[in-house]
Design a protein around this ligand. Structure first.
Ligand code: UD1
Length: 341
């Protein structure tokens, strides 16, 4: 056994795929999740995909319940935490900033206090390329200026800052801050995947809901950006590549303490129209779209410089956009209503 990992938000999209990668790497996993935007079924399915004898359990609890966290940590010999749990809808964060600061920062503080109380010294935090705001230049290295443009992004940056302070105060701590670019795709089995509640805000889940007939057409937010086809360019990264990036970060922390800040992306950008074309190939029919106005707050191009993660972790995203769309479509076609279907 490689060790015991507590995964907050492990029933969610990136969390569930990471749990599977951890189990495949020989770790035992305890998931803590309040199921506010996720499903116990995801954890059941991860258990079903995992190698025989793999150990995963779900504790339904909220991170703001510090006593519940302390009980979980007292009851299991946890060596590391991977912290995904949090609210993540940009628009909602603008209308409900207190909710976001309370949950994302308050929940993280409760977790870090419980970890300190239990003597857990390793943490991987789910951060986001959103901390860069509108990048001055692409590809974006980790040293680029930080300036998130909405409350959600500011809560991600605040938790990063808390962890940098904690790391500076305790040389025994091992912290990895992983800044994801645009997660997409699903496990190739089609058993687990992204299951957004309500109307998806992000491009790939929206495109897949059009593909499966839940929505009539895609709205393309602007075709007058200074990009090759005029639509926004992003660095889409397969969720299984991201999951493997977490395992690599954990292994790196096992080798020694310190604070790592790393981009997880591919270094290759694709436009909205290229994503629609790839998704159309995946589902076997041209997906309808129309161009509408720009979405406020959007930028032309965000692409990672993934060089540091390759150097420090030996990790590189391996899967293509076509694989992301094929795998996402397999999940969507088999589960048109997500886990509730
Ligand atoms: C968004 C968030 C970011 C968050 C990330 C999580 C904003 C401003 N940013 O990033 O904080 O970390 O999601 O994955 O919300 N698009 C369409 N039609 C759609 C949806 C999107 O054309 O229905 C376009 C967008 O204009 C953009 C691209 O598709 O060019 C990707 O959009 P999206 O998936 O929302 O991701 P980001 O905007 O990169």
């Amino acid at each position: 056994m490689a060790g015991h990992v507590l995964v907050t938000g492990g029933a969610g999209y990136i969390g569930s795929h990471t749990c599977l990668a951890l189990l495949e790497a020989g770790y035992r996993v305890t998931v803590v999740d309040n199921l506010s935007n996720s499903s116990a079924e995801a954890v059941e399915r991860v258990a079903g995909l995992a190698p025989p004898g793999a150990a995963i359990e779900l504790v339904v609890a909220d991170l703001l319940d510090e006593e519940a966290l302390a009980r979980v940590l007292a009851g299991a010999p946890v060596e590391a935490v991977i912290h995904f749990a949090g609210l993540k809808a940009v628009g909602e964060s603008v209308t409900e900033p207190l909710l976001y600061w309370h949950n994302n920062v308050g929940g993280s503080l409760a977790l870090f206090r419980a970890m300190a109380g239990a003597g857990v010294h390793r943490l991987v935090f789910s951060s986001s390329a959103t901390v860069y705001g509108s990048p001055e230049a692409v590809p974006v290295p980790e040293t680029a200026p930080l300036g998130p443009t909405n409350p959600y992004g500011r809560t991600k940056l605040a938790v990063e800052e808390i962890l940098r302070d904690l790391s500076a105060s305790d040389p025994g701590l091992g912290v990895a801050l992983l800044r994801y670019f645009n997660p997409a795709g699903a496990h190739p089995s089609g058993r687990i995947g992204e299951d957004p509640q309500g109307t998806p805000n992000n491009l790939t889940p929206f495109v897949m809901q059009v593909a499966v007939g839940r929505r009539p057409e895609i709205s393309v937010y602007g075709d007058d950006y200074p990009t090759p086809d005029g639509t926004g360019v992003r660095d889409y990264v397969h969720v299984m590549d991201l999951a493997e990036g977490h395992v690599a970060a954990l292994r790196r922390l096992e080798a020694g303490p310190g604070c790592l800040t790393l981009n997880l992306g591919t270094g290759r950008g694709y436009s909205v129209l290229e994503v629609i074309a790839s998704a159309s190939r995946a589902c076997g029919r041209p997906l309808p779209y129309s161009v509408v106005g720009r979405r406020p707050g959007d930028v032309a191009e965000v692409v990672a410089d993934p060089g540091l993660a390759a150097e420090v972790l030996g990790w590189r995203a391996r899967r293509s956009l076509d694989e992301m769309c094929a795998d996402h479509w397999r999940w969507q076609e088999a589960n048109p209503e997500g886990y509730r279907g």
